[in-house]
Structures are given as C-alpha cells and as structure tokens.
Design a protein around this ligand. Structure first.
Ligand SMILES: NC(=O)c1ccc[n+]([C@@H]2O[C@H](COP(=O)([O-])OP(=O)(O)OC[C@H]3O[C@@H](n4cnc5c(N)ncnc54)[C@H](O)[C@@H]3O)[C@@H](O)[C@H]2O)c1
Length: 258
C-alpha cells in the first residue's frame, strides 16, 4: 500500500513507541494520524507538537467496544477513512503465579493484561477492519493494513511475566487467523514482536532486570530506537507480499528466565 495521503490509526499514541510512531507517520510521511489513547494530556501535547492539521487525538479505552467506536467515528469524521491500524496500546501487569504475599491468585492483574493487550488489540483491529472494507481497493486489491504489537516476551517470557507474555503470545496467535479471514476483503495483518526499547514502560521495570535483558542483545548491543519500529511499520504497510507474519525486532536478544 502506498502511504501518501492515507489515514493511520495509532493506539497507545500518548506515550512511548505509539507516540513516536504516530509522530513519525504524521511528520515524515504524507499521512493523517488518528492518535488513540486513554491519556488525554499526552494526546493534547502530541497534537501541539505535531500540529493538529495532521493529527487528531481521540480518547478511548481499547478494552471498551463503545469507547473505541466513538473514537474511530470521530477520527473518520475528521479524516474520512482508516487505511492503516497500528495497535501499540499495552500494559505490563507483573504477576506471580504463586503470590508472594500469600493473598491468593492475582486474577485481576492477569485479566487486565489480557483485556488491554489481547482483547483491546482484537477490538480495535475488528472495528478498524469494518471501516477498511469500505475503502476503494488500490491497484494491488488492498483496502487496509493492520500491524499488531506483541513482544519478545511472547516467545521468551520471564518469571513475573505470566500475564504479559501470555497476552502477547495471544496477539501473535491472533494475527494469522485475522490475516486469513480479512484476506477476502483485501486487508493484510502482520505482527511485530519488539525487544527492548527505552520507553516509560521499560523504565517501569527494575533497572537490574533491564540490564540483564540488554546483556542478551547481540548486535547492535543497545536498546532499539523509535525510528527502527516506525521503519518496520512503514515497510509492513508498503510491502504487499508480507502477510500473516510476526517479526521479532530485537537484535537477536533472547530474554533470560529472570
Ligand atoms: N518498550 C519496550 O521495550 C517494548 C517491548 C516489547 C513490546 N512493547 C509493546 O509496545 C507497546 C508500546 O509500549 P511502550 O513501551 O511504548 O509503553 P508505554 O507505557 O510508554 O505506552 C503505552 C500506551 O498505551 C496506553 N494504554 C494503556 N492501556 C490502554 C487502554 N486500555 N486504552 C487505550 N490506551 C491504553 C497508555 O496510556 C500509554 O500511552 C505495548 O504494547 C508494549 O507491550 C514494548
């Protein structure tokens, strides 16, 4: 899909990777961006930074059907369509299977990770697909592109990541059947599993844990850069032959158990 003139929905756009990618698409490409997040303040500073002619902040909770429906409606009213959906909204939600304080099973924390990371991704993708299938197909028969954001934790989840890792493994598992189902309406679905990127989410993890993770990064031996995620999103949109795929973006990092 050629991105020039297209409208891109980015969730989790108030912070970290989603914010950086939303800024990249609005500033470096000829795209309109619908920036969706729960965080109102982050969205308004984003609009100020990028310029509200190119970006529309819409507040919504990805776990709620009606909340997302109203936000997408407002975005489409503003820019006329949704061509690309980039699902960055996510939460960490550390969980121990046997709770350390003896309080019992941490079911709420587990359910929260699944609700935001997996159900939220499904909710936004499904509602965006409803808009995309109305788009006129391009010269390749394409009407839309979805990129879901999983994590390296989907493959090498650490102790304490039972909720996060399994919710992200769900995102990987979601993407192929979605690509297969949406193929008939000309929508491609791919998935990125990022390694370690320096964002507020990574900063919420204890520094000793992050150091041990970054130690397993092979080359280049550093955390990832926003433009490396943005660049892969652009490629997944532009390369029509990549479909139903999950790509690890982690410089050959493999996370240790702790
Ligand atoms: N930073 C990393 O190293 C890393 C690694 C692997 C995967 N990821 C994934 O990348 C994505 C972005 O992570 P980040 O590091 O930028 O995190 P972040 O915490 O900086 O940003 C996450 C954003 O999601 C939003 N969000 C959370 N729950 C929401 C909800 N219910 N509805 C709407 N918005 C909601 C938050 O408000 C926040 O703006 C996440 O899905 C994360 O799991 C990040």
């Amino acid at each position: 899909m050629r991105l020039s003139g297209k409208t891109v929905l980015v969730t989790g756009a108030a912070s970290g990777l989603g914010r950086g990618v939303a800024t990249y698409f609005a500033s470096h490409l000829d795209c309109n961006v619908i920036a969706l997040d729960m965080g109102k303040e982050g969205l308004s500073t984003l609009e100020q930074e990028v310029g509200s002619d190119r970006i529309a902040g819409v507040q919504a909770d990805v776990t709620e059907r009606e909340s997302v429906a109203s936000a997408l409606e407002a975005g489409v009213e503003r820019f006329g369509a949704i061509d690309v959906c980039l699902n960055f909204a996510g939460v960490v939600s550390p969980v121990h299977i046997v709770a350390r304080d003896g309080q019992g099973v941490e079911l709420d924390r587990f359910a929260r990770a699944v609700a935001v990371n997996l159900t939220g991704t499904f909710n936004v993708m499904a509602q965006c697909a409803g808009y995309m299938k109305r788009n006129r197909e391009d010269e390749n028969g394409e009407r839309g592109v979805v990129v879901n954001i999983a994590s390296a934790a989907a493959f090498d989840g650490q102790v304490g990541q039972a909720a996060y890792a399994s919710s992200k493994a769900g995102v990987v598992g979601l993407s192929l059947p979605a690509a297969r189902e949406l193929a008939r309406v000309g929508i491609r679905v791919n998935c990125i599993a990022p390694g370690a990127f320096d964002t507020p989410m990574l900063r919420s993890v204890p520094a000793t844990v992050v150091d041990r993770i970054v130690e397993t990064v092979q080359f280049p031996k550093r955390t990832g850069k926003i433009e490396e995620v943005a660049g892969l999103c652009v490629h997944l949109c532009e390369n029509s032959y990549i479909n139903g795929e999950c790509i690890r973006l982690d410089a050959a990092m493999r996370m240790p158990p702790h």
